[in-house]
Design a protein around this ligand. Structure first.
Ligand code: ADP
Ligand code: ASP
Ligand code: MG
Length: 407
């Protein structure tokens, strides 16, 4: 008998028919002799609707109240899933994040997990119950509800699997696994059978929303192997696990595009030691995640600094940099343009060369201009025009023949 954690995302529990489908899958798993802990998200569209309601009432809603509001979505689903299980004769109990002992820090709307006790889950399993836990939420030391950022139910599942030392953790979703690129954009994308934590982490942080990046980070830290699979069929999905030497044989595992990025140009800043430090310290203090950076060669004592940032932080970034420029003796924020960040990822890049050249050539041949570049050991990212995002992703996929990836 194994202990299996199964997470079902928003589309998998979108309506009553799908909740019944989830209940039946859980029943099948139990009948195969396993204990099951189920983590569910809010039904698709619910969290977005709640966010938009709050913003209709206030431009910057209070973060504690946002957590109070958004966690309603998951709580609806745990109760409905428990009731659906009861209706087919499976004993089940629902638990909120707090009842499941998921303890977090104080950062409302983006809390970090500090400890998972799992509450009474083990006892409930021992009594023969399926336990259904509300994803995306925890509780802080002041007994306040917190949430983990969008897509955070993935993190709940991984953290519970780690705490319960589950034999298996399945992230069940509306696609058959992790693909070489978003299958909704690239028609011939292929399902990847196995991928390392680092590759999955890069893809997730670079725009593949199939997994929340913080969940992958957690899985890597605690070495929680997991499988991304479909809620609608029983095909094997994608195993996400520690890197194996054989993984380096594939140069590019996947490609991703992040359409929610902006490029910010700060012009005419003093070309002297400390300028970049001040600008980027200001952005760091504002907790803005800057990625691609270019500083051009200065002329006449001044230079330009260009960087990319998440679209949602554009206004704060512009404001924060604008405020320090006067103290720095001049300069101005001259442009904030929406861009797309296109990336290719693979641990094989460490041992193969020519990856950048191939990507740049594919884009050049299609007349797509590269505005910024950044690289790490296992990824190359370029900023391109926002309206070329999908085309760029398809070109990158073709250039590396990812449709032929069989590993
Ligand atoms: P859930 O609601 O189950 O958490 P998400 O919508 O968060 O599901 O994630 C699944 C979606 O991720 C898919 O529908 C797909 O469009 C998108 N996606 C983006 N990149 C990839 C990829 N490389 N492989 C698979 N799906 C991807
Ligand atoms: N319901 C939350 C969201 O929409 C969490 C999740 O789905 O994982 O972001
Ligand atoms: Mg998700």
């Amino acid at each position: 008998m194994a202990l299996i954690v199964q997470k079902y995302g928003g589309t998998s529990v979108a309506d009553l028919k799908r909740i019944r489908n989830v209940a039946q899958r859980v029943k099948n798993t139990r009948e195969a002799g396993h204990d099951v802990v189920v983590v569910v998200s809010a039904r698709s569209g619910v969290t977005n609707r709640l966010v938009s309601d709050a913003h209709s009432l206030h431009p910057e809603p209070n973060e504690r109240e946002m957590d109070m509001l958004l966690t309603v979505g998951e709580q609806e689903t745990i109760a409905l899933t428990a009731i659906a299980l009861h209706s087919i004769g499976v004993p089940a109990v629902s638990r909120t994040g707090a009842q499941a002992g998921i303890h977090t820090d104080f950062a409302h709307t983006r809390a970090r997990i500090v400890k998972v006790t799992a509450g009474d889950i083990r006892e409930q399993l021992a009594q023969g119950n399926v336990v259904i836990v509300a994803g995306f939420q925890g509780v802080n030391q002041h007994n306040q509800i917190t949430t983990f950022g969008r897509g955070g139910s993935d993190l709940s599942a991984i953290a519970l699997a780690a705490s319960l030392k589950a034999d298996n953790c399945q992230i069940c979703t509306d696609v058959d696994g992790v693909f070489t690129a978003d299958p909704r954009i690239v028609g011939n994308a292929r399902k990847i059978s196995q991928i390392s934590y680092d590759e999955m982490l890069e893809l997730a942080s670079l725009g593949s929303k199939v997994m929340q990046s913080r969940a992958v980070e957690f899985a890597k830290k605690f070495d929680v192997e997991f499988e991304v699979c479909s809620s609608f069929n029983n095909q094997p999905g994608t195993n996400v696990k520690k890197e194996a030497t054989s993984m380096e044989e594939v140069v590019v595992r996947g490609a991703a595009v992040d359409k929610e990025q902006v490029k910010i140009v700060v012009s005419q800043v003093h070309d002297q030691p400390g300028t970049a430090a001040k600008v980027f310290q200001t952005l760091a203090d504002a907790k803005i995640n800057v990625d691609m950076i270019v500083q051009n060669i200065g002329h006449g004592g001044v230079a330009n600094l260009t960087f990319s940032a998440p679209l949602e932080d554009a206004y704060r970034a512009e404001k924060a940099v604008g405020e320090i420029l006067d103290n720095m003796g001049g300069g101005k924020v001259i442009a904030v343009d929406r861009i797309a960040k296109l990336s290719v990822v693979g641990v094989g890049m460490r041992t193969h060369c020519g990856v950048a050249a191939k990507l740049f050539t594919a884009l050049a041949e299609a007349g797509i201009n590269i505005q910024l570049i950044s690289t790490s050991e296992i990824k190359i990212s370029v900023a391109i025009d926002a309206d070329k995002a999908d085309e760029g992703l398809r070109l990158a996929h073709d250039a590396f023949e990812l449709e032929k990836n069989t590993a």
